[in-house]
Design a protein around this ligand. Structure first.
Ligand code: SF4
Length: 207
């Protein structure tokens, strides 16, 4: 393990002019490229949580920062933020009323986690500005090999969620990791079809 200090339970951390939130270590997938597999954290922050922070603990930590100096606050970290959807909504509302731009990084399994809710619409109503969705692969088979999602049909449902996001008015971004099995060109075409921005992330572990 490397790239981390000994302070576990990092909830809020800063880098690249942004403030990042690590609100859970739970996830709906087990990606072979996940940072958790080869590091305790990122940018020198240890993102392993001994205990999930409560909503009030997260708000308290946010209050201790001068939020106006950050470009955006981003739900990301060592887990899938949407496993705590109601807290994501509350925190986003709290930030939005203070004029702060909010982004969510997600695996996109919202329709499987909450089949009876319109998650994209709820996120839009809370003030969410941008959603960065882990497209990860050009087809379901490659996606399943890379991500080992907890659900069947996860790839299709992730793409359905992408459509919901676009309809909700939230800015959509797709991301992939630059692994040999990923066909970047095909993924870029999918992003174009969904009118999404496209970002290729570098894989930092060993292949
Ligand atoms: S969805 Fe993200 S946090 Fe979850 S296993 Fe994959 S890379 Fe890791």
């Amino acid at each position: 393990m490397n790239n981390s200090n000994n302070n576990k339970d990092t909830i809020v951390y800063e880098a690249h002019g942004n403030l990042y939130l690590n609100i859970t270590n739970r996830c709906t997938a087990d990606c072979i490229f996940c940072l958790k597999r080869y590091s305790d954290g990122i940018y020198g922050y240890n993102l392993r949580l001994l205990k999930e922070p409560s909503l009030s603990e997260i708000i308290k930590q946010l209050s201790e920062h001068d939020l106006s100096k950050y470009e955006e606050v981003v739900f990301t970290g060592f887990g899938e933020p949407l496993v705590r959807l109601d807290d994501v909504l509350e925190i986003t509302k709290w930030l939005t009323t203070r004029g702060i731009s909010v982004r969510l990084d997600t695996s996109g399994h919202a329709k499987l986690l909450y089949p009876d809710r319109n998650v994209a619409e709820e996120l839009a109503e809370s003030g969410m500005k941008v959603i960065s969705l882990s497209l990860n692969a050009q087809d379901a088979n490659t996606y399943n090999q890379l991500c080992d999602p907890r659900y069947i049909k996860a790839y299709d449902k992730m793409l359905e969620f992408a459509k919901d996001i676009s309809s909700s008015g939230i800015e959509l971004r797709f991301t992939v990791v630059d692994l040999p099995i990923v066909d970047i060109e095909k993924c870029k075409k999918i992003a174009d079809k969904y009118c999404a921005q496209f970002k290729v992330r570098h894989y930092g572990g060993s292949v």
